[in-house]
Design a protein around this ligand. Structure first.
Ligand code: BTN
Length: 326
């Protein structure tokens, strides 16, 4: 990745943690003039970075700074993920929709869109996904799996759910669990939703491409969540913390591609089961207007939910909705 002066400066300020670094040292380090340092500082400030400047001390990145950026994500990526083509947008209608257009125009696997806000975020079942500014991460990844039958698409979604849990845990230390099929919960509240969309070849039944859309609520939105989701939706951090949106984005990508690239789609299933908090619980299986009482017995090797109804019959669910009292 080619780094501009302001990106090199950012890296330097991040590496200094909360320490001051003088303008002279920065100028020497980056081989630029003091005036160029000042220009780069202002350019970062315009992007939202909070940088203190004090005469005779120098510059310091304020610890609550949490700006979503390409470099910000890139610096935390594992080497296998450095080839991802990541674009960060401050605002977009829907990252899934924008990426679909890119997929149709031939963009390769590994094209990633990350937004700080969506005006028209899409959720499952035709619902909207609340995506306010600067408190979440809204990301879509373009995948072109080689000859994967569309019936296996569920695995991409469930793999992503495991990767989100691992990312949340490694960055926040909080434990994250999965409500089948792909909602991630922290402290009994939904903090992440996943929507996988795709195009299937009618000839072979295999996936042409898949768009994996992941929305994570990092902080509480400024005015809270809308009434219709306020009892369900939650967030991960109470206070702003340095760089957590970049860290969670990168950690999610690292974990997801760890599973996806090794080609062994089964390796994450044990982890999915372990984190699945519906197994063994009484649930309702919702099908349109109807709902049936059941017990969630297990998750099978294709990540379908095995349920047993009150009449003793069983079913393996591959899609749809369940409800559980928390
Ligand atoms: C759900 O819980 O219903 C799924 C929500 C998926 C939201 C993500 S945010 C990034 C991507 N772009 C969208 O428009 N939706 C997905």
């Amino acid at each position: 990745m080619f780094m501009k002066t302001k990106e090199k400066l950012l890296q330097l300020l991040v590496s200094c943690q909360n320490e001051w670094v003088s303008g002279e040292d920065i100028a020497q380090d980056l081989q630029i003039s003091r005036a160029a340092v000042w220009k780069a500082v202002n350019s970062l400030r315009n992007e939202g970075y909070i940088i203190d400047a004090v005469r005779r001390k120098g510059y310091r990145l304020v610890s609550e700074t949490d700006v979503l950026s390409e470099l910000g994500i890139w610096q935390y990526l594992n080497p296998e993920c450095k080839m991802l083509d990541i674009q960060v947008l401050q605002e977009v209608g829907s990252t899934n929709e924008m990426l679909r257009e890119k997929a149709i125009s031939g963009c390769p696997e590994g094209t990633v869109l990350v937004a700080a806000m969506q005006t028209d975020g899409k959720g499952r079942m035709g619902r909207r996904f609340y995506s306010p500014a600067d408190t979440g991460v809204y990301m879509s990844i373009l995948l072109r799996p080689v000859s994967i039958h569309s019936s296996k698409a569920l695995r991409l979604t469930t793999m992503a759910a495991v990767a989100v849990c691992e990312a949340i845990e490694s960055v926040s230390g909080k434990s994250a669990l999965i409500k089948w099929v792909n909602d991630v919960y922290v402290d009994s509240k939904k903090v992440c939703g996943i929507l996988t969309e795709g195009s299937v070849s009618l000839e072979t039944g295999s996936l042409d491409y898949a768009i994996l859309g992941v929305g994570i609520n990092i902080y509480c939105p400024e005015n809270g969540f809308p009434a219709e989701i306020e009892n369900i939706a939650g967030y991960i951090f109470d206070e702003k913390e340095r760089d957590v949106r970049n860290k969670i984005s990168a950690s999610f990508l690292n974990n997801f591609f760890k599973y996806y690239l090794n080609g062994d789609f089964d390796s994450y299933i044990a982890e999915y089961r372990r984190r699945s908090f519906v197994i063994g619980k009484k649930i309702e299986v919702i099908n349109g207007e109807e709902s049936r009482n059941a017990v969630a017995v297990d998750v099978d090797s294709s990540c379908q939910l095995i349920v047993r109804y009150e009449d003793g019959t069983s079913e393996h669910l591959s899609a749809g909705e369940i409800s559980i009292r928390l």
